[in-house]
Design a protein around this ligand. Sequence first.
Ligand code: FCB
Length: 480
Amino acid sequence: MTSPASAARRFPPDFLWGAATASYQIEGAVAEDGRLPSIWDTYARTPGRVHAGDTGDVACDHYHRTAEDIGHMRALGLDAYRFSLAWPRIQPTGSGPFNPAGLAFYDRLIDDLLAAGIDPVVTMYHWDLPQALEDAGGWPVRDTALRFADYAAKVVETYRDRVRVWTTFNEPWCSAFLGYAAGAHAPGRTEPAAALAAVHHLNLAHGFGARAVRETLGDAATLSLTLNLHVVRPDDPTSAEDLDAVRQIDALANRSFLEPVLDGRYPEDLVADTASVTDWSFVRDGDLAITHTGLDVLGVNFYSTQRVRRYVPDHEKLHADGHGRTGHSAWVAADAVEFLPQPGPHTAMGWNIDPSGMTELLVRLHRTYPGLPLMVTENGAAFDDVVSPDGRVHDPQRIDYLRRHVDAVGQAMDAGADVRGYFVWSLMDNFEWAYGFSRRFGILRVDYDTLERTWKDSAYWYRDLVATRTLPDADWVAPA
Ligand code: FCB
C-alpha cells in the first residue's frame, strides 16, 4: 500500500538539516597540543563511574579525522553541523592564557566546514569544564561564570567572521543536576544546594556568553541556548497531587532555565519548593538583568517523556528519571516526587519512545513564547546495532524513531511553532557519557577497534530526507 502523495511531509527550503556531536564525545586526543584534563577526563578515570572504564582518550579520534568526517557530512548533504568547542583545549586551565594550538584546531574545522558548504553551529560548552575550575569549586561557585565570560569573549572574537549561530550552553540541567546533585555525570558530586547554585551560575554564564556574542556581532549573530526541556506527565491526570508533582518538576527542570533567560526571573514556586535546600542568596542584585538575554533561537533537545507522581512515604524508591540518568530524583524524591518507569517501546537507553512529546513541547514553547524561533538541536536514538554479514548496519528501528520524530516536528509547525531546523543526534557513534561506548546513537557506525566509519541505513535515509526536504515514506528502503 502506498500513502497518498498529499501525505508526504515537506519542509521549507531554508529549514536547516544537520547532525550534532560534542567535543569530549568524539575528539579523543585528550593530551595533545596543550589540552589539559576536563572534569570528564577525571570522572572517566575514577573507577566505577563510566561503563567498562571507558574514557574519551581516543573516542572517535575526530581530532585527527576531521577531513574524513567532513567528507561524510558533505556526502550526507548536511546544511549544518553542530559541534562544541572544548574549553580545556582552548584555555587549558579555564583561566589565564589561551592555547593557540587549541584555537587553531577549531579554526581549521570551521574553515573546512565552510569550504564544504556546511554551516558551523557552535556550542561553547558541552560539559567539559577544565578540571582546574572544578578544583576551584566548579559551577556552584560564581567565579566559574566569570571565567566563562572571558573564554566566551575569546572564542567569539576568534571565530566572529565565520560563525553565525552561537549557542552558549548545551543542557545546563545536566551539568547542574546530574553533575552536582545525582553525581551521575562529572564531577560526580551529590550536593543538592550546590546543584541549585550551579543552576544560577550556568544561567549567569549564559548571560555573559550572550553579551559577548551581542557586543561583538550585534544583529549578525544568531544567539542560542540549548535546553533539554522535560515533558512531564502525571501518573494520574485526575490527581491534584500528581499534577502538583508535574508542576514541581516543570519548575525545577524547565522554568529554572527558561525564565531567567526569557523573562528575567526565577519562578516563585521553584524558590518556595527548594526553600529547605537553599535561600537562593547566590542570586545577586543585577544578575537577572544579565541572564535575561532573550534568544534569537531556542535550541531544543528531545528524546523521551517522563511520568511522575506524588511520592508515597512508605514506598521509598528512587527510580531513574526516565532518562536512565537519575537526575533531580536523587534529592527531589525527598521532596515528594517519584519518577515512574514509562511504558514502552524503549530505546537501548531504556528511554520511552513518545514522539507526541516532541510536538507537545514545541507547541508549548510557541504558546508560552510566541514569536520565539525554535530549533531541534538534538534528537535520535540508541539501539543495539549489529553489522550484518553484508557489512551493512540495518537499523530500521532508528529510522522509524527518526521518521516519527521528524513528523512530530512537522506537526508542531502545522500548529504554528516556528521551527527553523533539526539536528540528528548523532553524526556518529560516540562516548555516551556514563554509558561509555556501550550505547550507539550515530547514523554512522564507528568501529572502535579500527575507527572506521560505516553508513548505517539511517544515514542513507537521512541523506534522502535532506536532499528532498520531504519525509521519506514509511516503506522507504535503503539503496542496495
Ligand atoms: C544529550 C546530550 C548528548 C547526548 C545525548 C544522547 O543529553 O546533550 O551529548 O549524550 O543526550
